[in-house]
Design a protein around this ligand. Sequence first.
Ligand SMILES: Nc1nc2c(ncn2[C@@H]2O[C@H](COP(=O)(O)OP(=O)(O)OP(=O)(O)O)[C@@H](O)[C@H]2O)c(=O)[nH]1
Ligand SMILES: [Mg+2]
Length: 210
Amino acid sequence: MPPTRELNLKFLLVGDAMVGKTAYSLVLLKKGTQTAYKATIGADMSLIHREIDNTTLNIYLWDVAGQDRFQNLYPVFFKQANVAMIVFDLNSPKSFERIDSFVEHINNHARVVSTGEDIPLVLIGNKCDLLQEISDEDINAIVEKHKFLAFFKTSALTGDGVVESFNQSASRVFEFYKDREVPTNSIDLRAGAKNGSSGCFGFLGGLRKG
Ligand SMILES: Nc1nc2c(ncn2[C@@H]2O[C@H](COP(=O)(O)OP(=O)(O)OP(=O)(O)O)[C@@H](O)[C@H]2O)c(=O)[nH]1
Ligand SMILES: [Mg+2]
């Protein structure tokens, strides 16, 4: 049976520089992996579709630059976000310590419109192909502290856990918004996507080609 409903959702992919946000989104978009670091400038945006319970989710994934020099753009990028996926590097204490400040920025600039609640958060510990430096105990504590909907370990290098973490996040977020109103015209950016299929285009950083 074809889906009967559409839901537009703005997902943020945020976290410290070099944690692998762009690599994660490239795996999702089946655009392969890039080993040389190329900093994201501003933010790149991709449109990803998922179908759950007769509903098509049009997910606008904003891959936000992690370098400090882009912090003054957070209010613009975070506005009207429905979900934030915060990424840290399992081997980088510095990236782990920045989680608190990302949660604060997100809560300052995005809310669930219909209820005024904080938006749902998902935590991604990337680079699980390397030796893990952050303890599971510390991770569990921060998951509790900020009430993350879910936590996943991934490797954007090998692809491990990437698609699964995204699909599970999409379904938990769908559950969260099922009974809450999402303004339908808040992020009508479909003009940038080709033929309704998954695509990838840049915001500030210009068109990103895979
Ligand atoms: N070993 C390993 N390397 C990874 C992984 N994910 C990304 N990398 C590498 O880490 C570096 C940074 O990856 P990016 O995806 O560009 O990082 P980013 O978070 O988008 O960085 P900004 O755009 O500056 O915010 C690159 O050299 C990637 O190849 C991973 O899971 N494992
Ligand atoms: Mg990037």
